[in-house]
Ligand binder design. Structure first.
Ligand code: HEM
Length: 472
């Protein structure tokens, strides 16, 4: 065996202690010492981490089929009704069929376009609410505002209506989903310590949290499903849930292998909310944080938008294509702060080699795109925010260029990329068009902290509070 190198491990926990609070950073440091392919043991689970463009290409392109499964993790398994979703489900005929159906029915350009009016309406509401703060010159908590924006868009798109605050009987809607996000993104003992892990998860209360959140979500999904089924004017329903319920009706005739049930519907709804909301809202927050720290870039992108839109009053989705520099700002943000810094964990299906090292089946695999985005071999001044580096247009999002692929690549790449980018670009463009932004009293650009917090996505740890000044 020619196994990849890695640091020595401890009994039982292996290298778990080396993950630290921000695993992508700790793993980057380990790979600086041992090279771009390293082997760690997370408890009992052999885990390979690749951290260079070349090794990522080998995994996601040359060996995509050998490495495109997912490990059977406890929390995602529970919340996906035993892997009936597409994000956490292992590679199988079932997953292939489900992904095909979802890409066709839920993530197609046509479907994304059909929800355009919802995105534009919700962005208008956001701008109105920020305008109120601009009158009183009070700071706006952008983390909170943007999470609420993307949550509202997603709820209306997925369920046909917004659920905010206490309108949801099982508790505060945002809190319930926030807890679901925390639970699904957590490293649990059962995933790494097969015999004793479940005892630890019981003792720490994790198991109880998981059961409780599963119950709350299940009651919620069932309610919205029942409401949909009981609505007389079915033709009025154009949301994703209506599309999914239609699939339940016709699954046997049209979708051969997969027999769609209400549990499948619930699992997909979980994917859409959990995968879409925090990743997109967090990307906009990071973009605003970089821009406020870099007045040169802020000025340039605002000039582009304002010159292009003139006095129209707002930016619509049709305008976005012309905003080339805005697109570069979004790319540069996703290079430095990819919402999924290690992608989602993969699991290998068969033996293959990376850089000559043997990778065996049932190995967990992480691709450290956060490290690849800061690799000095690929990027000049990697720590600096310079959108112009994307000027020549040679680097796109399609997962073909392995120096930059914030949506992953290959078979498991993000199917919600177009939807995510559309929401990010539209919201950001309007925030920049409608307002000038200032730091609260006494703060300087260098005081804006860029500390990260790990979860299902890489959050900005502290709220970004900025004062809006109404421009046009
Ligand atoms: C800025 C926004 C977003 C970013 C950066 C992002 C990023 C990612 C990444 C890195 C992965 C893992 C890819 C891999 O393992 O190779 C992923 C998977 C996924 N994303 Fe996204 N995503 C975003 C928005 C969305 C949205 C809006 C949705 C749906 C509404 C979505 C749905 C999914 C699903 C279902 C998967 C699992 C795919 C599979 O395993 O087959 N994402 N995303």
């Amino acid at each position: 065996k020619n196994l990849p190198p890695g640091p020595p491990k401890l009994p039982i926990i292996g290298n778990l202690h080396q993950l630290g609070v921000l695993a992508h950073r700790s793993l980057w440091n380990v790979s600086k010492k041992y090279g771009p392919v390293i082997l760690l043991h997370l408890g009992a689970v052999p885990t390979v981490i690749v951290s260079s463009a070349e090794t990522a290409r080998q995994v996601l392109k040359d060996h995509d089929i050998e490495s495109c499964s997912r490990p059977l993790l406890v929390s995602p398994g529970k919340l996906s009704y035993n892997f009936l979703d597409i994000g956490f489900s292992p590679y199988s005929d079932y997953w292939r069929e489900m992904r095909k159906v979802c890409v066709l029915e839920l993530f197609s350009n046509k479907r994304v376009q059909s929800f355009r009016f919802i995105r534009e309406q919700e962005v208008d509401l956001l701008i109105d609410s920020i305008s109120d703060s601009s009158v009183s010159s009070s700071p706006v908590d952008l983390n909170e505002k943007l999470l609420s924006l993307i949550s509202s868009i997603t709820c209306r798109t997925a369920f046909g209506k917004k659920f905010q605050g206490n309108e949801f009987d099982e508790g505060n809607f945002e809190e319930v989903f926030h807890e679901a996000v925390a639970v699904v993104g957590a490293f649990t003992a059962s995933d790494f310590l097969p015999r004793v892990g479940w005892i630890i998860d019981r003792l720490t209360g994790f198991q109880g949290r998981l059961e409780k959140i599963f119950h709350h979500l299940d009651v919620f999904y069932q309610k919205v499903i029942d409401q949909h089924l009981n609505t007389k004017h079915e033709e009025d329903q154009h949301d994703i849930l209506a599309v999914l319920l239609k699939l339940v009706e016709i699954s046997q005739t049209e979708y051969g292998e997969v027999q769609f049930t209400q549990d499948h519907v619930k699992a997909i709804l979980m994917n859409i909310y959990l995968a879409g909301v925090e990743s997109s809202s967090t990307a906009i927050t990071w973009a605003m944080a970089h821009l406020i720290k870099e007045p040169r870039v802020m000025k340039k992108v605002q000039e582009e938008i304002r010159n292009c839109i003139g006095n129209k009053g707002k930016v619509t989705e049709a305008d976005i294509e012309q905003l080339k520099y805005l697109k570069m700002v979004v790319k540069e943000t996703l290079r430095l702060n990819p919402p999924g810094p290690l992608l989602l964990p993969r699991e290998t299906l068969s033996h293959f080699k990376i850089n000559g090292y043997d990778i065996y089946p049932k190995t967990q695999l992480f691709v450290n795109i956060w490290a690849i985005g800061r690799d000095p071999d690929s990027w000049k001044f990697p720590e600096e925010f310079i959108p112009e580096r994307f000027e020549d247009g040679s680097i796109d999002y399609k997962g073909q260029n392995f120096v930059f692929f914030p949506f992953g690549a290959g078979r498991r790449g993000c199917p919600g990329m177009n939807l995510g980018l559309t929401m990010v670009e539209l919201a950001l463009a309007n925030l920049l068009y409608c307002f000038d932004w200032k730091l609260p009293n006494g703060m300087k650009e260098e005081d804006v902290d860029m500390e990260e917090m790990a979860g299902i996505v890489l959050y900005k740890k502290f709220p970004l509070k900025l004062v809006p000044v109404r421009g046009q």
